[in-house]
Design a protein around this ligand. Structure first.
Ligand SMILES: CC(C)(COP(=O)(O)OP(=O)(O)OC[C@H]1O[C@@H](n2cnc3c(N)ncnc32)[C@H](O)[C@@H]1OP(=O)(O)O)[C@@H](O)C(=O)NCCC(=O)NCCS
Length: 218
């Protein structure tokens, strides 16, 4: 992980927000942000989980730990110690799945046993099952090898922070000659869909509950 917490050379600012590389000590707060935006529509999902870390173990931890160079944190000038948002990604989802199978999921699978098929109705059980399935490979997104996840604290949304984080990531992906990036978003998350469309993403595939959205890079 990056040990230098000073803003990246071209510090990106919008109002009182800026981005910086992730640091291992950010992880607990990034897990909290993930949970506070965990609902299908992007709102607080705290009430859905007894274990507050489950979502983070799937959507944040592996990315920030295995590809920290593609994870950026948003911070507000008046509270620099507390991350206000994050974007994390992998440059190659197929290779990332293999790394996660080798190193990330085995201990988690021992900690979170696979529930019976008859007991997978709630969000908690669903994530136990996801931890056992591992990172999904989406054939519809094969031409978009990178995958990203992004979330901001509710009180800091709609202030340009999401755009700052996306700019930081896309610049880094471009510098690594990654051809395209994708993500999956729930159909109920209309705010996030509008955000992605505003930033140049288009719908790559449509499923009953979600869209895959993608963007090619320079
Ligand atoms: C989606 C999210 C990352 C966007 O970040 P943000 O900081 O709120 O967005 P920004 O302020 O940078 O918005 C950039 C542009 O996106 C569009 N946009 C963002 N949110 C929007 C919304 N709710 N409705 C309509 N347009 C929106 C606008 O065009 C906006 O430009 P403008 O402010 O000049 O009009 C953030 O709202 C979030 O964390 N949501 C909860 C978690 C989540 O849903 N993550 C995605 C899961 S797939």
């Amino acid at each position: 992980m990056h040990s230098d917490l000073r803003p990246t050379p071209r510090t990106r600012r919008s109002m009182n927000l800026s981005t910086r590389p992730v640091h291992p000590s950010d992880l607990p707060q990034l897990y909290r942000i993930c949970l506070r935006t965990a609902n299908a529509d992007g709102t607080d999902g705290t009430h859905l989980f007894e274990d507050p870390d489950l979502m983070g173990h799937f959507y944040v931890g592996p990315y920030a730990s295995l590809e920290p160079e593609l994870c950026f944190v948003l911070q507000a000038d008046d509270a620099p110690a507390t991350p206000a948002g994050y974007i994390c990604a992998t440059r190659d989802i197929a290779a990332f799945r293999r790394r996660c199978e080798d190193t990330w999921f085995p201990p988690l699978r021992r900690r979170y046993p696979l529930p019976d098929a008859s007991d997978r109705s709630g969000a908690e059980q669903e994530f136990y099952a996801l931890i056992h399935e591992g990172i999904d490979l989406n054939a519809d997104a094969a031409a978009y090898p990178a995958r990203l996840h992004i979330a901001l604290l509710p009180e800091l949304q709609r202030r340009g922070g999401g755009r700052l984080l996306m700019d930081a990531l896309l610049e880094r992906l471009n510098a690594r000659a990654v051809p395209a990036v994708h993500l999956e978003v729930n159909r109920r998350n209309t705010g996030a869909i509008a955000f992605y469309e505003a930033l140049g993403f288009h719908r790559v595939a449509a499923y009953p509950q979600a869209y895959v959205m993608g963007r090619t890079l320079a």
